[in-house]
Design a protein around this ligand. Structure first.
Ligand SMILES: O=C(O)CCc1cccc(O)c1
Length: 544
């Protein structure tokens, strides 16, 4: 007998693991198919943003990861003569986690993998290679091979988290559009770094051989060097050559065990023409490939998984309209493509070697930095813009505003005090699904039946100094409440912690009607009182 699961995830790299765990935690019968039998041990990605840590916190792995990471890092850009051109200091984040963290990918993969293995609600098929993928109106079929024996699994939905060479992407006929950089780089990951380094990624465009340094904790240090056209990759990764590159310029000694990996790569700057074909969705590197210079690749993938999974959970619960499913591409492809562009531009600035270009670059950066607004934008890395989902699942009410909250943007995560006096991040009070916050005004018996039907968690957020009663929390510093007046304002928060709407009672009907175009409460079949957004008896493991 063949059992049917709701979602099949192909690929248990970090993005596939995040997607599968988010689904399984919500009670969705999910199968994760991975050809390897152990988690990845290569330190590929190295930068994590606050928003990614927010998702990882929801999965219960953020604290353990933070203990192995260099938190709150900045970036320094150096020009000719190794003179500092620009310093982006660590910035304060609104999301309750450090804005930028240097982490170790194998540590993250191990944490997620172990959680996936232990998860009762997740069927994690290791050592199973997906070899064929088809779909029709009724569902998706993934053929997997284990030790030469093939079997076809069926599901309602498919998530292709199978990397840059994605079988899913090819099988469903989606192109990857863009180019590959002509420059090759060598990435050298070192251990046992003896020097304490400042918590900054350093970009050196010295007009000779551009290089990048990214420190970690526990003696980890990444150094990347650009290769010249006539340099042979094998010769450049030979241990003697690595030693010449590193010693004595970057450290006095290099023992064989100090080099964790040294490989040559070329960066792609490509985006899938579409993020969805029918019942199949692409996430992570299957959907976008970008140079590493903005530290965005893995973060874009975690955003994809966080964005897509709640929409699939709605689909499985029966409430998702076609527009909701389409909004995945509307929201994520736009931002993914923007991250590819900004990564390419930073790369072009760092990789310049022509004497005229490098001099011009340094002059332009110094000159524009004299303009306070530009300096502020550069120093806070605001050229790496966070997502804005106003073109997706968002309803704007121009007459209703709240200083600390913006529709289409991630909700801030202030520290709040609950009735017991405990102080925690707001996310701990929001649950897994939708939330309806009331900011300001007397507690209202809000409002439309819609919110209960979509199982929105209601919470009143009060100003610092207020005593929270049941169903309330009080901020420790005014963030969400800083513009609040005596009249109530409501904030509809999506399951991915993005703000869907800010409204007052007069606009509620309009907001509900518009949101119903994405999530139709009348078709939703979940238990609104349940913390689990979707729950159906899990599949009998023996029938698979
Ligand atoms: O965290 C950062 O800003 C640095 C990311 C980076 C840049 C260049 C190469 C690389 O491997 C990582």
């Amino acid at each position: 007998m063949t059992a049917r699961r709701d979602v099949l995830v192909v690929g248990a790299g970090p993005i596939g693991l995040v997607a599968a765990l988010l689904l399984a935690d919500a009670g969705v019968p999910t199968t994760l198919v991975e050809k390897e039998t152990e988690p990845g041990d290569l330190p590929r990605a190295i930068s994590l943003q606050d928003e990614s840590l927010r998702t990882l916190d929801q999965l219960g792995v953020a604290d353990a990861l933070k203990a192995e990471s260099l938190l709150d890092t900045g970036s320094r850009y150096f020009g000719l003569g190794d003179r500092l051109l620009l310093e982006a200091r660590p910035v304060a984040s609104r999301l309750g986690h450090p804005a930028k963290t240097q982490f170790d990918q194998p540590v993250l993969e191990r944490l997620l993998w172990d959680r996936a293995v232990a998860h009762d609600g997740l069927e994690f098929l290791r050592g199973a290679e997906a070899t064929a993928i088809t779909q029709d109106d009724a569902g998706v079929n993934v053929t997997k091979a284990v030790a030469g024996e093939t079997r076809t699994l069926t599901a309602d939905w498919l998530i292709g988290a199978d990397g840059g060479r994605s079988l899913t992407r090819r099988a469903v006929g989606i192109d990857l559009v863009g180019t590959t950089q002509p420059q090759r780089w060598i990435v050298v990951d070192l251990l046992n770094e003896p020097r304490a380094r400042d918590p900054f990624a350093e970009f050196h465009g010295d007009g000779e051989r551009p290089y990048v340094l990214v420190p970690g904790i526990k003696g980890r240090l990444r150094i990347e060097f650009m290769l010249f056209d006539d340099e042979d990759p094998d010769a450049m990764t030979a241990s003697e050559r690595i030693r010449e590159l590193v010693v004595p310029r970057f450290r006095a000694e290099l023992a064989p065990g100090d080099v964790r990996r040294a490989v040559v790569y070329v960066a792609h700057q490509r985006v899938a023409r579409s993020y969805r074909a029918g019942r199949a969705f692409l996430v992570g590197d299957a959907a976008h490939l970008m140079p590493p210079f903005a530290g965005q690749g893995l973060n874009a993938g975690i955003r994809d998984a966080t964005n897509l999974t709640w929409k699939l959970i709605e689909a499985i619960a029966g409430g998702a309209t076609e527009r909701l499913l389409e909004s995945y591409e509307v929201e994520r492809r736009t931002h993914g493509a923007a991250m590819v562009r900004v990564s390419r531009r930073i790369g072009a600035v760092v990789m310049a070697t022509h004497p005229i270009l490098t001099r011009l670059r340094d002059t332009v950066v110094r000159t524009v930095s004299l303009v306070p607004r530009v300096r502020e934008l550069l120093a806070n890395m605001r050229f790496i813009a966070p997502p804005d989902y106003t073109a997706g699942v968002a309803v704007e009410c121009p007459d209703v505003t709240l200083d600390g909250v913006t529709v289409g943007r991630a909700l801030s995560q202030p520290v709040v005090r609950d009735t017991t006096g405990a102080e925690r991040g707001l996310d701990a009070h929001l649950g897994r699904g939708w939330a309806l916050l009331q900011i300001g005004g007397p507690p209202e018996a809000a409002v439309d039946a819609y919110w209960d039907a979509i199982a929105a968690k209601r919470l009143c957020v009060r100003a610092p100094g207020d005593e929270p009663a049941d169903g309330m929390v009080a901020e420790t510093t005014a963030v969400l409440t800083c513009g609040a007046g005596s009249r109530p304002v409501f904030v509809a928060v999506r399951p991915d912690r993005y703000v869907a709407a800010v409204f007052d009672p007069a606009h509620e009907h309009r907001v509900v009607e518009r949101l119903r175009g994405f999530v139709d409460d009348r078709r939703r079949q979940t238990d609104p009182s349940s913390e689990i957004t979707y729950a159906r008896p899990s599949l009998d493991r023996n029938t698979r």
